[in-house]
Design a binder for this molecule. Structure first.
Ligand SMILES: [Zn+2]
Length: 101
């Protein structure tokens, strides 16, 4: 399997007022300046974060803080490299296509 490793620091984003965890903040060293992204609870999408004040609590709109930082590692599969035709007998749909042409 082909995989790329991504390392970053990750912390929970918590609300000062109601202690609700709204998501995860991730900081990655990318070239000169670190890149910060925020991933909301229940979401797979990471959005880029410029300032901490951008992250308000979705529940009460209170200010947030970052909990303990942890070093994380994510193995990202590079699917486009896996999507190669296999050796041997071609798939049935390809045989049918050829039969028509
Ligand atoms: Zn809150």
């Amino acid at each position: 399997m082909t995989a790329s490793v991504r390392t970053f620091l990750e912390a929970e984003v918590k609300c000062f007022l109601c202690a609700d965890v709204s998501g995860l903040i991730r900081v990655e060293r990318g070239g000169q300046s670190p890149i910060a992204t925020f991933k909301a609870v229940g979401s797979e999408t990471e959005i880029s974060v410029r300032t901490r004040t951008q992250l308000r609590c979705p529940r009460c709109n209170g200010p947030t803080f970052f909990d303990e930082w942890e070093q994380r590692r994510e193995y990202a599969k590079l699917d486009f490299l896996e999507d190669r035709p296999r050796r041997g007998r071609p798939p049935k749909r390809l045989v049918e296509q050829r039969g028509v042409a």
